[in-house]
Design a protein around this ligand. Structure first.
Ligand SMILES: Nc1nc2c(ncn2[C@@H]2O[C@H](COP(=O)(O)OP(=O)(O)OP(=O)(O)O)[C@@H](O)[C@H]2O)c(=O)[nH]1
Ligand SMILES: [Mg+2]
Length: 638
């Protein structure tokens, strides 16, 4: 699931555009409607032509509400930078653009809106006003994340250009790979409220994993715990909220008043709040003044904000456009991890200073400011911790041998060995084959997100099959293999692992989802009962396989055989299991007493015909119960 966000100067038409795209105006507050101005974040969603649903976060453009904008813009997949054609690039167009750039928003689209009121004079050299505006916009976005973003001309009022906007947006989103589910969900809370009959509800953009109804959750940094009572995405109830979706979580066991915007909902014991952070920082080139060691700043990450003291490492002062390593001492604990992007603002006069990425969310302590070794270790941390480097290699290779992953990571083998052990221990890497875990080993491994993806692919294929053939025990291994398009070795390793983890069950040449059972519908049950009565009347001269098939159909007969209700002893002769067991038992007892028996005696013993007696005995010879001795049968292992 994807989420996009608006950005742009006040009154440039962001909310009107969202209303035109979604059918609902995002400004909910009375004050917003009265002032025709967005103050708080607004939310909506729309369907793309390919059927995908996309969530939308609408932000305020007014400079007084930049901090509200920051609380919603963090988790988005793409930005719509909205610029009104009657005004062009304005101060908050630039400030929002700078923020999108500092946050490294992965994709974007520039919407030149209100074209219905743009001047149609041709001021210079044959170019229209809109052409000139576009040249100006290209200048403004050059060198930022939006440098190659397409510009689409629209009017939210007349709806001109909206189709092009939607198709351009679809294309941009399709080109971006989906986010990987790391099984470590984080929901930065951007709204908290109470709903009568439900209790506490929090909303946010879900990252790093998924949440399920019934999950135990922790709210950090407060540490309160509760349970997910319900989930909604785009006002629809869901059992699972997926990564990247706008999610509303109904939490039981926690008072609404005790939760604050900016806190995060996580699974217990997966994240820790921190009050000290190491980061790379870039001061914006338009910053009004330099920053100094010890400056008090406002720190924004996810949906949270707090006050921080800035410690400049390696430099005394930082001038506009410069970068440095910094350490931030935070007034309140926040939940953030390495790689998160953050923003710093000056409290007063209020101004966006810059930002960057978090390099270490749990530094060992307060760093000496001018220590070469500290700066060096921060530098090498930007390349990633050994665990990250190894995970990245595994991510790129998908299912691969330990040896290949280690080679790709370029880690030395001692370091690789210890992180590999840790990653397998913590479940981030799954070992697919048995053997000794060594950096030179040929055993196959897979990283958790890829493994989860494969698991759900297998489950989906089998579920479809179970739905289509409810009377079959499962799908043949060969069919599943060809559907998954995996090499024989990888296929076998994966299936064996899934059986070990009890996701799948395997019987003979069949594989099925754990929990799948053969169930007859009402009509089939009635047919089966009728057939069973026929067996009851003539247990030892029962209906033939063909007769059974014409009575209840081949699928049902096969299901009864799968369920071991019926046992086939030849291509034609079939018995109820109970009768079969009884016959075998009786024969064993007799053979133990008198050692040998003829076909005719067996026929008479069960008051049946030669055909049945012969089929039974030949079957028992084959499975090694009896052995032939001239005209007699004896027990094979008396
Ligand atoms: N003619 C015309 N007017 C528009 C268009 N889009 C928006 N407007 C008008 O512009 C004004 C501001 O629109 P909003 O959508 O509230 O602007 P905004 O960017 O959301 O403003 P903030 O959220 O306060 O930053 C409103 O009066 C809209 O009716 C358009 O395409 N054409
Ligand atoms: Mg608005």
């Amino acid at each position: 699931m994807r989420v996009i966000g608006t950005a742009g100067h006040v009154d440039h038409g962001k909310s009107t555009l969202v209303a035109a795209l979604t059918g609902t105006h995002p400004d909910r507050l009375k004050e917003e409607q009265a002032r025709e101005m967005t103050i708080e974040l607004g939310f909506g969603w729309m369907n793309l032509p390919n059927g995908e649903e996309v969530g939308i976060v609408d932000v305020p453009g007014h400079r007084d509400f930049i901090e509200n904008m920051l609380s919603g813009i963090g988790g988005i997949d793409a930005a719509l930078l909205v610029i009104a054609a009657d005004e062009g690039v304005m101060p908050q167009t630039k400030e929002h653009l700078a923020i999108l750039d500092l946050l490294q928003i992965p994709a974007g689209l520039i919407v030149l809106t209100k074209i219905d009121i743009a001047s149609d004079d041709i001021p210079e050299g044959g170019s229209t006003w809109l052409d000139l505006l576009e040249i100006d916009i290209r200048g403004a976005v050059s060198g930022t994340v939006l440098k190659d973003a397409p510009i689409v001309r629209v009017s939210a009022k007349t709806k001109t250009g909206l189709d092009t906007l939607i198709s351009t947006l679809s294309k941009i989103l399709e080109e971006k790979p989906a986010r990987l589910d790391l099984n470590r969900p984080r929901l930065p809370i951007d709204r908290v409220f109470s709903m009568s009959g439900f209790g506490t509800v929090v909303t946010g953009t879900l990252s790093d994993g998924h949440l399920s109804v019934g999950d135990e959750v922790e709210i950090l940094p407060s540490g309160l715990t509760g349970r997910v009572r319900g989930l909604q995405t785009h006002k629809k109830k869901e059992e699972i909220a997926v990564i990247g979706s706008r999610t509303a979580v109904n939490i039981s066991g926690v008072d609404t008043e005790l939760i604050k915007r900016g806190e995060v909902v996580v699974h217990p014991n997966q994240y820790q709040a921190t009050r000290r952070i190491d980061a790379r920082f870039r001061l914006l080139k338009d910053a009004v003044s330099s920053v100094k060691h010890g400056d008090e700043v406002k720190f924004f990450v996810g949906a949270c904000e707090t006050i921080a003291t800035l410690r400049l490492l390696g430099v005394e002062e930082l001038n506009a456009g410069e970068e440095a390593w910094i350490q931030l001492e935070l007034r309140d604990p926040v939940v953030t991890v390495r790689g998160d992007r953050y923003i710093l603002r000056r409290p007063s006069p209020s101004e966006t200073l810059g930002g960057g990425s978090i390099i270490d969310h749990q530094p060992k302590g307060r760093h000496k400011r001018f220590d070469e070794s500290v700066l060096k270790s921060l530098e090498s941390l930007t390349q990633g911790t050994p665990a990250e480097v190894l995970l990245e290699a595994a991510l790129a290779l998908n299912i691969a041998s330990i040896k290949d992953v280690v080679t790709k990571s370029r880690l030395d083998s001692v370091k690789a060995q210890s992180v590999l052990d840790e990653l397998i221990q913590s479940g981030q890497i799954t070992l697919l084959e048995n053997g000794e875990v060594k950096t030179t080993s040929d055993l196959l491994i897979v990283i958790l997100p890829h493994w989860n993806e494969l698991k759900s692919r297998v489950e989906n294929i089998l579920n479809l099959h179970h739905k289509q053939f409810p009377l079959r025990r499962g799908m043949s291994r060969e069919e599943l293999k060809s559907k998954l398009k995996l090499s024989p070795r990888i296929y076998t390793a994966c299936i064996t692992q899934l059986v070990k983890q009890k996701t799948l069950i395997e019987a003979g040449s069949w594989v099925a989802n754990a929990g799948h059972e053969i169930l007859f519908n009402g009509a089939e049950q009635a047919q089966v009962q009728k057939l069973m009565r026929k067996f009851e009347l003539n247990p030892y001269a029962a209906p033939s396989v063909k007769e059974c098939q014409s009575e209840v159909g081949e699928e049902v007969v096969n299901a009864l055989i799968e369920l071991k209700e019926l046992i086939t002893v030849s291509s034609d002769v079939i018995f109820r299991r109970t009768d079969y067991d009884e016959m075998v038992e009786k024969l064993r007892t007799i053979l133990k007493q008198k050692e040998k028996i003829t076909l005719a005696e067996v026929r008479d013993l069960f008051n049946t015909t030669r055909k049945y007696a012969q089929a039974l005995l030949e079957h028992l010879d084959t499975i090694g119960v009896t052995a032939r001795d001239g005209d007699f049968r004896r027990l094979k292992n008396p």
